[in-house]
Design a protein around this ligand. Structure first.
Ligand code: GDD
Ligand code: MN
Length: 365
């Protein structure tokens, strides 16, 4: 009988992520950082890469202005990759109208080569010992920058990133399910950070020690940069007391575009990690790398098996199908199922795109 085999495979498909989630959640709540933190106020360069952000870039500059960090130790670089909507001009006009208390530099690239290349371009000009990155469309909460920075006072930490808080979680089904996804993943990333490091990084609020970073990874976005630092023997962590606000795309199409792109970067970075592990060169905590390699690279292929198993169970024991209305009528359960299904569809699609060599270094805005 094939059903018992399918059920066993399905149990692995469900229990491994569930087990990892509960372990990491516990660690994120009860674990220790094992860090020695002290006050320090290094020179910081904040880089905002922009492509076609004319509508929102002023809000971002206003948000940066509200930072409570000593202005003499802060430098801001906006690096724009030949936007077609006049973003760079909007920034220059803003700087003429407002005299900012910190040095602000605008770099205009003549061609669009992607966010990471733009960040590397800005890095050549950056004078800070710490380099921070942010996206044009996210807002930092007042204390988040100072909170994140203090973790870099420990010698073992090379990079810190913040936690995303959604501004529109009730707006649509796409946003509601993103909130569920976030609640699970933030626990996992903070748990991994307490255990050692997370390399699933958030470029919307990320801080790096420039001397260790050397350059941003141009293949796998922020997560690639984090992996490179872990490979140098340092920790890269997500900290719960530094948050940034971001809106989730309202519609499913826009959400899918963004999620698949992010998933492609992650599939790429965990693939690199798998190759490092096989060559015994990985510096990641083995539990973290093995779990994520399984979750991102292997478990998606068990998803269709799980679907077939469910159908098999309903056909073999028809009474079990009476549970279907419960799953469909309880809103949280229904959203949970949509979150689960969509995540695996996005992941499988991302793996396919990576396999076909369709990397997303420059993406549609
Ligand atoms: N200079 C430059 N050049 N900036 C760019 C380019 C480019 O070619 N492409 C995108 N950006 C800028 C955007 O203007 C924005 O400020 C930031 O990079 C993030 O891009 P979004 O288009 O807003 O992407 P997102 O909302 O999906 O961002 C998330 O995913 C990205 C990777 O897929 C965030 O996590 C980003 O930090 C991450 O890089
Ligand atoms: Mn964005």
């Amino acid at each position: 009988m094939i059903l018992p085999v399918l059920i066993s495979i399905s149990l692995v498909h469900i229990m491994v992520p569930a087990g990892y989630y509960f372990w990491m959640k516990r660690l994120s709540k009860k674990g220790n950082w094992n860090l020695t933190l002290s006050d320090f106020e290094p020179k910081v360069t904040l880089i905002v890469a922009t492509y076609n952000e004319a509508n929102i870039i002023e809000d971002k500059l206003n948000n940066i202005r509200e930072l409570t960090y000593p202005k003499d130790n802060l430098e801001v670089i906006v690096v724009d990759s030949a936007s077609t909507d006049g973003t760079a001009q909007v920034v220059k006009d803003y700087l003429e109208r407002n005299s900012l208390p910190f040095k602000t530099i605008v770099i205009e690239e003549d061609q669009r080569r992607g966010k990471s290349k733009a960040l590397n371009n800005a890095l050549q000009t950056a004078s800070g010992n710490i380099v921070a990155t942010s996206d044009a469309d996210c807002i930092w909460t007042p204390q988040s920058f100072n909170n994140a920075l203090k973790y870099l006072s420990d010698k073992s930490v090379a990079a810190v990133c913040g936690v995303e808080v959604l501004t529109n979680p009730e707006e649509s089904s796409a946003a509601r399910t993103e909130l569920q996804h976030r609640q699970v993943f933030n626990f996992i990333r903070v748990g991994e950070s307490k255990l050692q490091s997370t390399i699933v990084f958030e470029g919307a609020l990320a801080l790096y020690k420039k001397g260790l970073l050397e350059k941003f990874d141009e293949d796998c976005d922020d997560s690639g940069s984090a992996l490179n630092l872990v490979q140098k023997g340092f920790r890269t962590i997500m900290v719960p007391d530094a948050s940034f606000l971001n809106a989730c795309p309202r519609g499913w199409k826009a959400k899918a575009t963004k999620k698949i792109r992010r998933a492609q970067h992650l599939v790429d970075v965990w693939w690199k990690c798998l190759k490092l592990s096989l060559r015994r060169k990985s510096k990641m905590n083995p539990w973290i790398s093995a779990s994520n390699i399984f979750l991102y690279l292997f478990n998606p292929f068990l998803f269709p098996v799980f679907m077939v198993t469910i159908v098999g169970i309903f056909l073999t024991w028809p009474l079990t199908s009476l549970t279907i209305p419960v799953f469909l009528l309880v809103p949280k359960l229904r959203d949970g199922i949509i979150t689960y299904l969509s995540n695996y569809v996005f992941l499988l699609y991302a793996i396919l795109m990576q396999a076909l060599g369709r990397k997303q270094i420059v993406w549609k805005k």
